[in-house]
Design a protein around this ligand. Structure first.
Ligand code: PHE
Length: 454
């Protein structure tokens, strides 16, 4: 075990690479699998409006704060807080991020594995001739089985591990630079296919015409949780990626580009899905089964469906892969810089230990289906606690740190690249992270978990 040599620390090679990697982290199953079903359950456009409000008021400021912490220290989240606040306990925020990374990677890779099964099923034409209920059963019994979900989980984990072992520039950046344009191209093709279906306009109305009767206070928690989850904020992923960014990059620019790209993809995913859902007369509020039950049904009825089904599930797995690598990188950066492991060793130990938790998570509908807390199975517990608890709490502490402890001048120097950039937005940004973001996060969070009732 040797000391980590910080003078040889890896970094992104270009501005485009940095944006592609961060957007790759943000754009994932959250956008294509989670966002559309949350929208379906929460009044369509009504959810979208609330979501957009949170992106601007909270999401972008939190992301920018993570970049500041990461780039100013060039360390993993734990080490970054150790440098910025020596002798204080802020490093616990970094550690909490590492814990969140374990939990997210465990359940996220399970769903990522499902996307591989569904690519396979699309290729062998496995949906064809099946009725709605049969397709529902097909998914439910696959999910509850043992061998195949584990196999796909392991394969997905192996791909993630391979990319992360290859390094920041030669692994993460290299692959995201190829995968992100591929993702955009597939998504556009799918959108064109669905909006040209007869009867698609109902679906577009659903996306753009709000139904506020479905909005409850829980909707606000869901929207906030989704903002954190979708932007990959609140747990140090973007502290870690920020730490690999170039000192000349304009951080605000990067944060806004990444957030807008992420939101745009979520809306495009909804456009690729709901017009088809309505064109075939299916209920939009299917929940998590939306893409694995409803869509196969639609694909087998739509002209060219064989081809579009393959494209869709490839899209999902590409989106997932560029996110899993970013979550694994949080753990690897911590292991290699703080626990003095080589990158290779850190990556293998990290993915092996995540896999143990992951294998239990795979069984959430099978042999471990009876393991429940508050009526949630292992998978739902990990999903709920990470998105709705750990990430918002992490986000609150991150903005609290920058807003109240880090000092205006240091923040300003980092955001303006030591006064090379004008960065006129800084007073507004400071106001948001000092007051608006923390109050909004705290209110929505306490209300959502039932500790405060409006
Ligand atoms: N942002 C990713 C998505 O939307 C998930 C993710 C969460 C990735 C947290 C990294 C950290 O799918």
């Amino acid at each position: 075990m040797s000391e980590f040599d910080f003078s040889k620390r890896d970094s992104f090679g270009s501005k485009f690479g940095a944006i592609a990697a961060a957007a790759g982290s943000a754009i994932g199953l959250g956008n294509i699998w989670r966002f559309p079903y949350l929208m379906g359950e929460n009044g369509g456009a009504a959810f979208l409006f609330i979501y957009l409000g949170f992106i601007f008021a909270i999401g972008i400021p939190v992301m920018l704060s993570e970049f500041v912490i990461g780039r100013s220290t060039q360390r993993n989240p734990y080490g970054a807080f150790k440098i910025l606040a020596p002798k204080k306990h802020w490093y616990l925020v970094g550690l909490m991020g590492v814990v969140a990374a374990f939990m997210i990677l465990a359940f996220y890779t399970v769903v990522s594995g499902w996307t591989l099964e569904y690519i396979y099923q699309s290729i062998i034409n496995g949906f064809s001739g099946k009725q709605t209920t049969e397709l529902g059963q097909m998914f439910d019994s696959f999910k509850a089985s043992t061998f195949r979900p584990i196999l796909w989980f392991v394969i997905f984990m192996a791909m993630t591990t391979y990319i992360v072992i290859s390094g920041v520039k030669n692994g993460i950046e290299k692959y995201t630079k190829i995968l992100m344009p591929l993702l955009a191209a597939i998504l556009i093709v799918l959108c064109i296919r669905t909006i040209t279906l007869p009867g698609a306009s109902e679906g577009l109305k659903f996306i753009f015409k709000p139904d506020f009767s479905k909005v409850t206070t829980y909707t606000f928690l869901q929207a906030l949780g989704q903002v954190f989850f979708s932007l990959s904020i609140g747990m140090g992923t973007l502290i870690t990626y920020g730490s690999y960014m170039n000192k000349k990059d304009n951080l605000a620019n990067t944060a806004v580009s990444v957030s807008l790209a992420d939101t745009f993809v979520a809306v495009l995913a909804a456009i690729a899905i709901f017009p088809a859902v309505f064109a075939f007369g299916i209920e939009p509020s299917e929940g998590p089964g939306l893409v694995f039950k409803t869509l196969p049904n639609i694909f087998q009825q739509m002209p060219g469906g064989y081809f579009f089904a393959i494209l869709f599930f490839v899209l999902l797995s590409v989106a997932a892969l560029t996110s899993t690598i970013s979550v694994l990188e949080v753990i690897v950066a911590y292991f290699s810089e703080e626990l003095k492991m080589t990158r290779k060793r850190a990556t293998i130990i990290a993915s092996a230990s995540v896999s143990i938790l992951g294998l239990a998570t795979v069984m959430s509908w099978g042999s471990l289906a009876n393991v429940k807390i508050f009526n949630k199975n292992i998978f739902d517990i990990l999903d709920f606690t990470s998105a709705n608890v750990l990430l918002p709490v992490g986000g609150l502490l991150i903005v609290g740190f920058i807003g109240w402890f880090h000092g205006y001048k240091m923040t300003k120097d980092e955001l303006s690249n030591n006064s090379e950039l004008k960065a006129r937005y800084i007073p507004l940004y400071m106001f948001i992270i000092k007051f608006i973001a923390p109050i909004a996060i705290a209110l929505v969070f306490l209300n959502g978990i039932g500790l405060l009732k409006f």
